[in-house]
Write a protein that binds this ligand. Structure first.
Ligand SMILES: [Zn+2]
Length: 281
C-alpha cells in the first residue's frame, strides 16, 4: 500500500473498504477467453467428418477423445496433423444410477464398450473407465493407461500428444475426494491440464476442480454446455454475455453434433478474437 492508498484506506474506514476492492480487481482477468472443448470424439461415425470441418476452419478448440472407441484411431490421425487443436483424453467415469435393480435400466454400455460388473477386475487391454468401486490407486492407473494408449496411437502419426483430460459422465466418481485428489496429483506431476466437466447435480457436486486447485494443477471448470438438450446458438449467446462481463468461459459441446460445428463457424466470425484452445489460456 502506497501513501495515497493509505490515506484513502484510513479516511474511508480501513479494512472493510480495502478487501472488496482487492477482490474485484482479481476477479477480472486481463484478457477474457472463450475455450471450446468438444467431447466424445471416437465414439460416433459422424466424428471424423465434423472434425475435418474444424480442421478446415482452423478453429482453435480442444478435442476430447474417449480411449478404446471404434473411431479413435481415425480421429487421432486427423488430430495429429491439426496444429490449431489440442487433444484431451476424455476419461469415462461411473455416473449415478448407472446400475439399476431393473436390468433393462443398466446403462453401463454408455460408459465404455466392455463395461465392468461391480467388483470386476480392471484389464487395461479391454477397459478405459473408472468405477466407484475402484481404489484411488487403480483410478490413477486407469488414467495413466488411457493417456498412454492414446499417446501410443498419436506417436505413429507425428509429434502431438495428450495435453490434459476431462471426465466423460462421472457424476458418481467425481464426488469422491480421495479419487479426485489422486487424479489431480497425477496431473500435477505429469503437467496435464484438467477440465472438470461438472456433470453433477449442485447438491452432490464434483470435487475434481477443487482437488486440482488444492494440489496446484492447471485446472478449469466447465461454465456452459453447448448442445445435446440445448441450442448451441443460444448457448453461445450466454458465452458472449459472460465475456462482456470480462470473465473467461469454458464451453463443452460434442464433436458428433453438426449444429454445434455450424454454430462455432459463426462464433469464429463474430468472436474469433476471444477463442483460444485450452493450452493457450
Ligand atoms: Zn462425454
Amino acid at each position: 500500500m502506497d501513501r495515497r492508498q493509505f490515506l484513502i484506506f484510513s479516511a474511508l474506514g480501513g479494512l472493510a473498504l480495502a478487501l472488496p476492492l482487492a477482490r474485484d480487481a482479481a476477479a477480472i482477468p486481463n484478457t477474457p477467453s472463450l475455450s471450446i472443448v468438444l467431447d466424445d470424439a471416437g465414439a460416433d461415425s459422424h466424428d471424423l467428418a465434423n472434425l475435418e470441418q474444424l480442421v478446415e476452419m482452423k478453429f482453435p478448440a480442444t478435442i476430447a477423445v474417449i480411449p478404446r472407441t471404434t473411431h479413435e484411431e481415425a480421429v487421432l490421425k486427423t488430430l495429429s496433423k491439426a496444429p490449431y487443436l489440442d487433444i484431451f483424453a476424455h476419461i469415462p467415469m461411473e455416473f449415478e444410477k448407472m446400475r439399476n435393480s431393473d436390468p433393462k435400466k443398466d446403462h453401463s454400455s454408455w460408459l465404455e464398450q466392455t463395461p465392468r460388473k461391480v467388483g470386476e477386475k480392471y484389464n487395461p487391454v479391454q477397459h478405459a473407465a473408472i468405477y466407484a468401486f475402484d481404489t484411488p490407486a487403480i483410478a490413477v492407473k486407469i488414467l495413466a493407461d488411457d493417456i498412454t494408449h492414446l499417446n501410443n496411437i498419436l506417436t505413429q502419426y507425428g509429434k502431438k500428444s495428450i495435453v490434459g483430460f476431462n471426465n466423460h459422465t462421472g457424476s458418481l466418481v467425481t464426488q469422491d475426494t480421495e479419487k479426485m485428489f489422486a487424479l489431480a496429483t497425477y496431473a500435477k506431476t505429469h503437467g496435464l491440464i484438467i477440465v472438470d466437466s461438472k456433470t453433477t447435480l449442485p447438491e452432490r457436486p464434483s470435487v475434481l476442480f477443487r482437488e486440482a486447485k488444492r494440489v496446484g494443477a492447471t485446472a478449469y471448470e466447465r461454465t456452459v454446455f453447448l448442445d445435446l438438450d440445448v441450442d448451441p446458438v443460444k448457448q453461445l449467446q450466454t458465452c458472449y454475455s459472460i465475456l462482456e462481463k470480462g470473465k473467461s468461459v469454458i464451453a463443452i459441446g460434442h464433436i458428433k453434433e453438426p449444429a454445434t460445428i455450424t454454430a462455432l463457424a459463426q462464433a469464429q466470425k463474430t468472436h474469433g478474437q476471444y477463442i483460444r484452445k485450452i493450452s493457450e489460456i
